[in-house]
Design a protein around this ligand. Sequence first.
Ligand code: HEM
Length: 99
Amino acid sequence: MAISLPGVEPREPLMWKEEQMSIPILTSIPVLFDKPINVWLGIALVLVVILQIGSGIVLSKGKLPILPLHRLNALLLAAVVAVHAFYGIGYWFFDFKIG
Ligand code: HEM
């Protein structure tokens, strides 16, 4: 039962409202040069994967010491995959909005 005090307006009950359940910063997909960021991340992924496999093949020949490049690119690859997947899965399964 609500307690009412003279001169004090009763507040709304403390409940989650629909629009408070998500943080819009995370659930809106950024737009870059007029396209959702996933388009650019997808293009970047193709390039980064090619560089990773290419540097891996070169590395395995044992002639060029490019392990630091291969390692750094693996990190970049993992980061791009994570962001790409986050927004992609969010869009298809969790009602993320573009823009
Ligand atoms: C998506 C594809 C790939 C990923 C994510 C990946 C990732 C990695 C990572 C994390 C390392 C360890 C780096 C370290 O020692 O700190 C590594 C090492 C290495 N990778 Fe890859 N790699 C990929 C593809 C390839 C391919 C296609 C080749 C060769 C055909 C290759 C050849 C090598 C070689 C030779 C090493 C060094 C192994 C050693 O001497 O310790 N990689 N790779």
